[in-house]
Ligand binder design. Structure first.
Ligand code: FEO
Length: 394
């Protein structure tokens, strides 16, 4: 499959309709994904990024139908992660001497992955590569999201090949932002930002403002996953600026795990209390052991506050909750309040542990939490409702 983005710019990647887990088992991809590779043909010919290794042979075979591989002059590796560089060994086995343009960190990562001494050409921000009438201009994007990441801008057609930035995990027959269901597009773009880019938000703001300040014309942003932003392409950059500014909506998310339903009953009554105190706030509840973790992370990203609940087991918290806290700690959320709750039988450490871990994760924990011994009584249910009310008022 290939399609034209501009008269001499073609998408030559791979749509992965089957993908349901990405980064090993780390990221759920309910709508599949794509690995976008782009072929730019001027007097010189450049290939920008490749695809994930399982599709390497298929990718190179398809590419060979589009262009004689020997006519490719330059290979641009915007990012060494294997979903984009995975087909390089197969491609380079056909054209071993062609130059591979990447950042200095890209050389380290690509060499570390493939142990090949390819003809690396190191570039940095502002470096240009003439293709004849048009030029490629490189923009380093260190830690967005790897040390090696960079973007490539094509003059003339005014296209930014942004690699992971502005991507979404979507497999779709329509590869343009104006042709897909908007709610699905923004759901996936938000999930992508929340789960991958949140820790790097200060860098996102800096880099986008730096690119905007260049005042370059922009007809399209071509990321390395999902659809191409051709209709008002800057809209996704503006969204990123919003998301990077400690984003929150008027939402409180209650996330719990439960053994015999006591902590679930607390969660539901806390939710009632929040709604009684503030009927405008959106309240969502998730049993973390039964939910998609990446989807719940996205809800945390959208929330102004969260509440975590776990019963006590072996003087600690339940496993699914422990893994979830580990995940949100790494994502470095900011500007969010939190509270904790849970049932217990005899020792009851979980609520305190949750509070300590949330504090360590950067949340503002607003109280010592709410503990209920055994199953919630009528009195404990009333306390849970009151706890929800108090939290909403904070
Ligand atoms: Fe950082 Fe899509 O790989």
């Amino acid at each position: 499959m290939k399609f034209a983005i501009a008269p001499n710019v073609h998408w030559v990647g791979k749509i992965d309709w089957e993908l349901r887990k990405f980064h090993g088992e780390e990221y759920s991809t309910h709508r599949g994904s794509s690995y976008n590779s782009y072929l730019v043909q001027d007097e010189k010919i450049a290939l920008i990024d490749t695809v994930w290794m399982p599709f390497a042979k298929e990718f190179v075979a398809n590419l060979a139908k589009v262009i004689d591989l020997n006519k490719i002059d330059y290979i641009i590796a915007n990012h060494a992660e294997m979903d984009h560089s995975g087909a390089l060994p197969e491609l380079m086995s056909h054209i071993p001497d062609k130059p591979v343009y990447c950042t200095a960190n890209g050389v380290k990562s690509l060499t570390g992955h493939y142990h090949k001494n390819w003809n690396f050409q190191v570039v940095k921000t502002g470096d240009k590569l003439s293709l004849g009438k048009k030029e490629l201009i490189f923009v380093e994007a260190m830690m967005l999201h790897w040390p090696d990441s960079m973007m490539t801008y094509l003059t003339g057609d005014a296209i930014l090949f942004s690699n992971d930035a502005f991507g979404q995990h979507i497999a779709n027959e329509h590869m343009y932002n104006d042709l897909v269901v908007q709610s699905e597009l923004f759901e996936e773009a938000t999930k992508y930002y929340a789960n991958i880019l949140t820790p790097f938000s200060p860098l996102v703001t800096k880099k986008i403002n730096e690119v905007i300040a260049l005042n370059l014309p922009l007809n399209a942003i071509c990321p390395s996953h999902g659809v191409i932003w051709r209709d008002n392409p800057l809209q996704i950059a503006q969204k990123y600026l919003q998301w990077a500014a400690d984003y929150q909506e008027n939402q409180i998310t209650i996330i719990y795990d439960t053994m015999w339903n006591g902590t679930r009953i607390m969660a539901e009554n806390i939710a009632q209390g929040i709604k009684q105190a503030d009927d405008k706030v959106t309240v969502k509840l998730y049993n973390i052991a039964r939910s998609d973790v990446n989807d719940v992370v996205t809800e945390v990203f959208k929330s102004k506050a969260i509440m975590l609940g776990s019963p006590t087991i072996n003087k600690g918290i339940l496993n699914a909750m422990a893994a979830f806290i580990d995940m949100i700690t790494g994502l470095k959320f900011k500007n969010k309040k939190a509270a904790t709750f849970g049932c217990y039988g005899w020792s009851g450490e979980a609520v305190k542990i949750l509070g300590e871990q949330l504090t360590k994760a950067g949340f503002e924990v607003t109280s010592d939490g709410l503990k209920t011994m055994w199953q919630p009584s009528e009195e404990a249910i009333k306390q849970a409702v009151d706890f929800g009310k108090q939290f909403a008022r904070k």
